[in-house]
Design a protein. Sequence first.
Length: 345
Amino acid sequence: MTRISLIKPDDWHLHLRSGEALKSIVGMSARQMGRAIIMPNLSSPVKSVRQAQAYRKEIMKALPTNSGFNPLMVLYLTDGTTPKEIESAGATPEIYAAKLYPAGVTTNSDDGVTNVTNIYPALEAMQKEEIPLLVHGEVTDPEVDVFDRESVFIEKVLDRVVKDFPGLKIVLEHITTKDAVDYVLRCKDNIAATITPHHLLANRNHMLVGGIKPHYYCLPVLKRHNPDQKALLKAAISGNPKFFLGTDSAPHDREKKESACGCAGIFSAHAAIELYAEVFDGEGSIERLEGFASIFGPDFYGLPHNREKITLEKSPWRVPDHYEFAGSKLTPFFAGAELSWKLLS
Ligand code: NCD
Ligand code: ZN
């Protein structure tokens, strides 16, 4: 097959940043995606309905004209998030979810949740308001090895939340382990997961063999090829609607990544759907791409499928070595490498 058409996809986990950074990258997602769930971890996090509305306005202003792109806003949960704020979010059509960052787990998560029981009143309100909970599923306990943090989180934290809030929709985001795949499969239909292109296309060898490659560093950190990456591939192409597209595209200055303390995040918005096409085609399952990219996400959120279509053509192209990024440079995923599928504009 050399050409395929799909319903326009959506990105169910995206970092757009703000200010000049936002302006330099938002067009890339708008070209590929109909909608995106916008992560609230700005340097000043999006903790209130008012902040979410102001951030959405900023995004709309930064978009290319007539892009049709719809940013779906998310509230950042803290120890102090009140049920009242959640009720107000429930009455705000632009807000689609609330996000649990364990405090200190990743970029701009210092204001996150120190103990999940602190947000139980907020979770109760979310269950009532039918607002999905998005989860960065890692513990921060220094005694837990960084490669085990997702598995320990599922066992010690997530499972309890799932049992205590049986009616709450939960997305375990950017899953990286076989443990996470197995857990989501064991749960009822209110528990789903997103999978990134980088966790499907890479494993920790890409980051650590032949020198440390900071552009492969993200959180949760890349895991083993076997069994983890293999389990993610199997889940993504399975056609099971619990698994859907979420790039976790997270832009950072090249200098900030190529540093003695390089920050976490991989940028993939420039070629999101092409990267996933590479995965599905590589597994001989390109016909399953549309479900994963364009159908299962909206179905989980109870939203309509996009009406527009996109076309992908098998025609190799080289990913640029860098993009301009707020007066600096950004190294994209697959920089300088070839991709076989191309999105026709
Ligand atoms: C994200 C970022 O840079 O904001 N980084 C990452 O490695 N994924 C934060 C996150 O989603 O953990
Ligand atoms: Zn993220």
